[in-house]
Design a protein around this ligand. Sequence first.
Ligand SMILES: [Zn+2]
Length: 467
Amino acid sequence: MVLRRSTVTLRMLLVALLAGAWLVSPVHTQSPGPAAWLDAYRDVATSLIEASTSDDFAWNRLAELTDTYGHRLSGSANLEQAIAWAVEQMTSDGLEHVRAEPVMVPRWVRGDEHAEFVSPPRQALTILGLGGSVGTPPEGVEGDVVVVNSFAELRARAADVAGKIVLFNAPFTNYGDSVVYRTDGAYVASQHGAVAALVRSIGPPGLRTPHTGSVGYEPGAPPIPAAAVATEDADRIARLLARGAPVRVRLTMGARMEADTASANVVGEIRGRERPEEIVLLGGHLDSWDVGAGASDDAVGCIVTWEAARLMVSLGIRPRRTVRIVLWTNEENGLRGATEYAARHAAHAANHVLAIESDSGVFAPAGIGFSGGVAARSLVRDIGTLLAPLGIGEIGGGGGGADIAPIARAGGVPMLAYLGNPDRYFAIHHTPADTVDRITPDEVSKAAAALAVIAYVTAEMPERLPR
Ligand SMILES: [Zn+2]
């Protein structure tokens, strides 16, 4: 029980950390003007930017990955085939020490799922089960729907909830604040005797598309089935109930957990020419939810960080320190790839100089966030001035990412995140609409160029980035 609870706490910490990327506003100071120490890096930075933006190589690779393998849920054959493809491609790019580091991952299976209104007159209700949800009995669960806008309202109406289906209908504000209804709603509703939970999709109103994502259970209340509904359907149910019309829904879900399966983090490097033991780490996660193509979340994060290294190899750049790319497995429903990496590399966690994650898309206008000490922040902000041709503003706060957090915590490592526009990102996040079509080649090239410049300078500068 204690172990379970600490796992949940870790998960919530990581969610909060991820959300922090969106909450922390950039720190603005007076522009210091060009820093002289950067002069040694300007020509290479220009070459990296020109090489990245001169063609659509990275976007084409993103399209190949998502067209060929589709979505890549942990435990799926698609993910394992995408991992094998990435190892092969990275090797042919000329990266070194390319390997798949084994990780056991959970396997959640969605199964068939559907829902319908029993009253008002029978009609379909589009749902998308939440990842990790338990299923229903084969005949489904049926109940009157109670709508609440907050946990406080649920507690105030606790006497109404037993035997019912609770719909959490809190409007989307930002991911960090809103996602708690998806992660914790089923558990809280179950504490009050609900038989199932529906959650208004965590995202802005879209095209009547439900958004999936993890649901968590905790000891003390039985796990109940949980599914997302589109914002339009959540509002419709709320309007019906406000008019006094009873709303009764039947929910049928075949979701289940199966035994853990073998997966891997894909790792490739450019070995440092003078200090190979010091590492600049970059990556995104190769797994995705089982809808859409996981293009923005997070195939593009894999492609742009990997592309940063490929650009260096193609220009014959071998920096002083090692540049290591990691395409993480199982970010979405377990963080086992991140946990396993931190455990496997614990002895040299402190040799990581900087940990970079791209897991917020690359939609314009994009920015960059950094989390680290004052001295490091000042240097990173200087480096950011090299990105002016890419239209990226001053580097602000909010660096971090779920996959880099464990190794960064273990080694006291500063973190940096590439942050795509959150409005566009969360409009399609965890939906069938997360496809490559929505991302432009220009957005991909610019992200790769920015990450290549940052990785190059931090791997090349004479003294390692301070903590
Ligand atoms: Zn992600």
